[in-house]
Design a protein around this ligand. Structure first.
Ligand code: ADP
Ligand code: MG
Length: 263
């Protein structure tokens, strides 16, 4: 069973998205998406390909702009829309600081191929946060130990398996000491026998009460680790319910059809 999450309603949501709209040209990709994520909550975002899951995730750390709506991270407004429908963002420096509250892990790892594993981990803390090299190395070594890859510290990414690369990518994101972790199909590019080690690492993070938003097709993970399952379809977040409840009754016809197809 997932750990219990904080249920004090006075807690500021870690992520709050309200009425987020986003189009690519004439293609409306997000059509009023709203979601709240509490501290320590693990939310699995599921839904068919093209439903807007990646775009939504990317809007939460400003890798994509939005057309309208409201996004706040730990109570700090990233983007908001006034009564006239004009969308504005936090000032540049603040925006960067807010976005650094979340770390992101992508389907295709996105490791720097010309850097060793250790160098991949210390790059951002040193360059972005101004952490001294010694302290960054200590942080990186601790995280490599945590994901079970201490022995790979001086290897280049090309020498690693897909599962190892993804664990390095997770460690690299954690090296920035984020409060929130965003995962976009972290196991979809992996051979089936390698997904387990990555899911195990994510499960451990969840057990440490990291706040996590995970786009995934792994229904086992969603059922066992996530507190909440959010279903997206055609740019809408159609249903968000406690995981056990969702799997017993997704509460929406399209979600039911999707689930039948997945299980
Ligand atoms: P999902 O992650 O659920 O598969 P995406 O968020 O990747 O969905 O895509 C949603 C829709 O937005 C799709 O129709 C996709 O083609 C479109 N889309 C995504 N990114 C871009 C982009 N950078 N430019 C134009 N269209 C995009
Ligand atoms: Mg996607």
């Amino acid at each position: 069973m997932p750990n219990s999450i904080s249920d004090t309603t006075r807690d500021v949501p870690m992520i709050e998205a309200r009425g987020v709209h986003k189009a690519f040209g004439a293609n409306p990709v997000l059509r009023g998406v709203s979601l709240q994520v509490r501290r320590g909550e693990v939310v699995a975002v599921i839904g068919p390909s093209g439903s807007g899951k990646s775009t939504f995730l990317r809007c939460l750390n400003h890798l994509e702009t939005i057309d309208s709506g409201h996004i706040a991270i730990e109570g700090e407004t990233l983007a908001s829309t006034d009564a006239q429908g004009r969308c504005s963002y936090a000032p540049e420096a603040e925006l960067r600081r807010i976005c650094r509250k979340s770390g992101m892990v992508f389907q295709h790892f996105n490791l720097f191929p010309h850097l060793t594993v250790l160098e991949n981990l210390i790059e951002a803390p040193m360059v972005v946060q101004g952490v001294a090299r010694g302290a960054a190395v200590a942080r990186a070594e601790a995280l490599l130990a945590k994901v079970g890859l201490s022995a790979k510290r001086d290897n280049y990414p090309e020498r690693l398996s897909g599962g190892q690369k993804q664990r390095v990518a997770i460690a690299r994101a954690l090296c920035m000491e984020p409060d929130i972790m965003l995962f976009d199909e972290p196991t979809s590019a992996l051979d089936p026998e390698l997904t387990g080690e990555v899911l195990r690492t994510m499960r451990e993070l969840a057990e440490e009460r990291m706040t996590m938003l995970v786009v995934t097709h792994e229904m086992g993970f969603a059922r066992e680790v996530a507190h909440t399952v959010a279903f997206m379809d055609q740019g809408e977040l159609v249903a968000a319910r406690p995981a056990a409840e969702f799997f017993a009754d997704p509460g929406h016809e399209r979600a039911r059809a999707f689930l039948q197809h997945m299980l």
